[in-house]
Design a protein around this ligand. Structure first.
Ligand SMILES: Cc1ncc(COP(=O)(O)O)c(C=O)c1O
Length: 471
């Protein structure tokens, strides 16, 4: 494609992008296609002859768009948000244009130096002390994997990397029963083994019980298992529970365990002073991850990973073949050994665009609004005679259940809620997802999309009631 043709199509596509952002509410939130509908429209092999961009773009509109779930729709209340913003999209366009692979300082000094500086901005914004150094990972799962690998090396006195795990005693990791599945996946990848992720029971707020943690560690030690680390969560995926960092940290200090904090979603709320209590006890934390790509207007993917001892992480991941050696290695940061993949996108640019465009105050206002509206909605649900709150609101997340007075059989109520959720998502005006709370099927509601307003949140309640009562 020559440059003038690129320019023409780029203008056309940017116009389409701006129209989409303006019209996103006109789409059903969750894609309304059936499995195989999109694949049936795609040829079985790549074309031999080149095709014009006009045809490709037309197919994008005709084939791809019906199969898109609109995460940027203001009535997206499912999962956790992956909220984006126009400044972030602009930066992503530049990143794609530069297409730099920022594995070493010298492969794009601006990317490295901006990453260091912007992560320090974020560190200050969320109230972490200056003993933490930041790096951007592609996902919270990757950051937690880095933490688990570092803890594994620490617990085996740096031998596992060299000799494998066969000569070491089994290692164990402790996380609550509400922890995200990525911790188990990471433990599988790290060779720890899924069964050695000890699931610690939770209290009535679904937060990890420190007494149960201490006991599980003691049992493991008595049985010849080596406790290596604890993963505490701020904002669990199901109910948004906050594990008690200070009590967990005291145990980690006493037992000499690595402490990693997964704050993938809730970490963004730390920019509000009102939520700083969540990191009471941060002094004992070795690493911390949160995702600006969830709730800080920054396009997926962008996970901020903060580490107390970057040397330990680099020692864990470092490997230096001749072709990666540089003359500046002693003077700069080369992020190649701060993550599992070698290649790295220039992700700091979109954070820079977002933080400057909105200012910290703008971001604070957005998160505070989301929390306020979630609180308001949870109050309405609680007050409705045929609905109940299944898990109390934490930040902008709560779970609820439809419970008509005529029903008291719990399994029938489960089935009814599943039917209700499917009906809501098939209707297309909202998108919500399911959860289990104390074994019961419930509907989860999370506010966090960029364009969501109070009217969208309250309007969602009208839609939910209308569909429920029409079942
Ligand atoms: C608490 C928690 N941790 C980790 C993750 C995984 O995040 P990522 O997709 O960035 O790996 C999620 C995803 O929603 C999450 O809710």
């Amino acid at each position: 494609m020559d440059n003038e043709t690129f320019r023409r199509h780029a203008h056309e596509i940017v116009d389409w992008m701006a129209d989409y952002m303006g019209d996103v509410e006109s789409y059903p939130v969750r894609a309304q296609v059936r499995p195989g509908d999109i694949a049936a429209q795609l040829p079985m092999a790549a074309p031999d002859a080149p095709e014009p961009m006009d045809a490709i773009f037309q197919d994008f509109k005709d084939i791809v768009m019906p199969g898109i779930t609109h995460w940027q729709h203001p009535s997206f209340f499912a999962y956790f948000p992956a909220n984006s913003s126009p400044p972030s999209v602009l930066a992503e366009m530049l990143t794609a244009t530069l297409a730099a692979n920022c594995l070493l300082w010298q492969t794009s000094p601006a990317a490295t130096e901006m990453e260091t500086r912007i992560l320090d901005w974020l560190r200050q914004m969320i109230g972490l002390d200056d003993g933490f150094t930041g790096v951007i990972q592609d996902s919270a799962s990757s950051a937690s994997l880095c933490a688990i690998l570092t803890a594994r090396e620490r617990a085996t006195e740096w031998r596992a990397n060299e000799n494998g795990l066969s000569e070491a005693a089994p290692l164990s990791i402790y996380a609550s029963t509400e922890t995200h599945s990525s911790v188990e996946k990471d433990a599988k990848v790290a060779g720890i083994g899924r069964q050695f992720v000890r699931k610690i029971s939770v209290d009535s707020n679904f937060a990890m019980r420190p007494d149960e943690l201490a006991q599980a560690i003691a049992v493991d030690r008595a049985e010849g298992v080596t406790p290596a680390m604890v993963v505490a969560t701020l904002g669990t995926t199901g109910v948004g529970a906050i594990d008690p960092l200070r009590a967990i940290g005291d145990i980690c200090k006493r037992e000499d365990l690595y402490l990693h904090v997964d704050a993938a979603w809730a970490g963004s709320a730390l920019i509000l002073d009102d939520y700083r209590w969540m990191i009471d006890g941060i002094e004992a934390v070795d690493s911390f991850v949160f995702n600006p790509h969830k709730w800080l207007l920054t396009n997926f993917d962008c996970s901020a990973h903060f580490i107390r001892d970057p040397d330990a992480l680099v020692r864990t991941l470092s490997i230096l073949p001749e072709y990666l050696k540089t003359q500046t290695a002693d003077d700069v940061i080369d992020y190649r050994d701060w993550s599992v993949p070698l290649g790295r996108r220039f992700r700091a640019l979109k954070l820079w665009f977002v933080l400057r465009s909105y200012g910290v105050d703008g971001l604070r206002r957005m998160i505070a609004d989301h929390i306020t509206w979630a609180e308001e909605l949870a109050g309405l649900v609680d007050a409705a005679p045929d609905f109940e709150i299944a898990s109390k609101r934490n930040l902008a997340l709560f779970n609820f259940r439809y419970r008509p007075m005529s029903l008291d059989n719990e399994s029938e109520i489960d089935a009814l809620n599943e039917t209700l959720l499917n009906a809501i998502n098939d209707d297309g005006r909202l998108y919500l997802t399911q959860n289990r709370v104390n074994g019961r099927y419930v509907i989860r509601f999370c506010v966090g999309q960029t364009n969501t307003t109070r009217d969208h949140v309250l309007g969602a309640w009208d839609v939910i009631q209308e569909i429920a009562r029409g079942l």
